[in-house]
Design a protein around this ligand. Structure first.
Ligand code: FES
Length: 341
């Protein structure tokens, strides 16, 4: 083979490699937002079904894990506290609207149907959560709602044009234009079919959410919880841990271990003669909360605070109260009782 033909072959090979590299880069750019879209979509569907299946979520203000208790807990420290009044006037309606809103956003994002609208809905939900639940988290970057709000931005800007219902409708609109269909008919067709798909997906979401609500985790209402005999809860395995009563002054605490789990439990005396145990395991991500101080337990990981009398969340990101234990006084000893919630 001549030198010239060798040189052509080498140039051709280099050009082929450059082409393939360019194709790979174009492919990566095209689907760059897909992992984010899947994550946000799955997370919102999961969050919605988790709320709808949680019996505590719609319980009344007597349940510290309920929507109304959580909203009341964050209201004072929120810059949009004036907007929370209507939510507290009709808590069931708002709580269901949030859960079904999250479900609609999650399904719309996953399927890529009206992707920008879904991303706007997700951004608004996270904006409202940031201004309420995460507002008191310090430093700010530990509050996850702000990160979610930022994560919606690329989808809000780019939409969901690939591997999506939006992509299918856009491609079909292109074919309609190519065969000479009038522009207003093209748009109307895309809008009507998008609407039909939205109604179908919304109906499926509503059915799923309703079934989840009906057959979900059988949380008890606050009334049922207070009526339930404490002795029906499982008692800690092994001998009940105890501490001298004198080591738990009013407002103070002593630490014992739950023999069943090995987790530390604070025995507290919020009012003279009233004792209870509070798990030291933060319900946000499992960090150990600090001992009670000034009526609260503080989690150093992301700044959640819990009421030292009830374990209720004072501010997030945790949304569930610390598990409570019964405590009995036996002579000058305080004995850890069964887990109550
Ligand atoms: S606040 Fe995140 S683990 Fe406690």
């Amino acid at each position: 083979m001549s030198e010239a033909s060798n040189s052509v072959a080498v140039d051709g090979g280099a050009a082929g490699r450059a082409d393939r590299a360019a194709q790979r880069r174009a492919f990566a750019s095209r689907y760059a937002l897909l992992p984010l879209r899947l994550f946000l979509g799955v997370t919102f569907v999961y969050a919605a079904l988790d709320k709808l299946s949680d019996g505590h979520y719609l319980a009344g203000s007597g349940d510290p894990a309920s929507f109304v208790s959580q909203t009341q807990a964050v209201r004072a420290g929120s810059p949009i506290s004036f907007l929370l009044g209507p939510a507290l006037d009709a808590p069931t309606l708002f709580a269901l609207a949030i859960a079904f809103g999250e479900l609609a956003v999650g399904l719309g994002t996953l399927l890529g149907l009206w992707g920008r609208v879904a991303a706007l809905g997700g951004a608004l939900i996270n904006l409202s959560l940031w201004l309420t639940v995460s507002w008191s988290v310090s430093p700010y970057y530990l509050g996850n709602d702000l990160a979610y709000l930022m994560a919606w931005t690329p989808l809000l800007l780019a939409g969901t044009p690939y591997l999506s219902v939006d992509g299918y409708l856009a491609a079909r609109a292109g074919r309609d234009r190519a065969r000479g269909l009038a522009e207003d008919r093209v748009k109307r067709r895309a809008l009507v079919d998008g609407g039909i798909a939205a109604v179908a997906i919304g109906g499926a979401g509503l059915l799923t959410g309703s079934l989840t609500r009906t057959f979900g985790r059988g949380g008890k209402s606050a009334a049922k919880q207070s009526a339930a005999p404490v002795s029906s809860a499982p008692a800690p395995a092994g001998p009940a841990p105890s501490v001298p009563a004198a080591s738990v002054p009013v407002g103070g605490s002593a630490q014992v271990k739950d023999p069943a789990t090995g987790d530390a439990v604070y025995i507290v005396q919020p009012k003279a003669g009233q004792y209870c145990g509070l798990s030291s395991v933060c319900t946000h991500s499992g960090c150990a909360v600090d001992a009670p101080k000034n009526g609260q337990l503080y989690c150093p990981c992301h700044g959640s605070r819990f009421d030292a009398a009830t374990g209720a969340v004072v501010n997030g990101p945790a949304v569930k109260p610390l598990p409570r234990y019964g405590v009995t006084k036996d002579g000058d000893q305080l004995k850890l009782g069964p887990l109550q919630s």
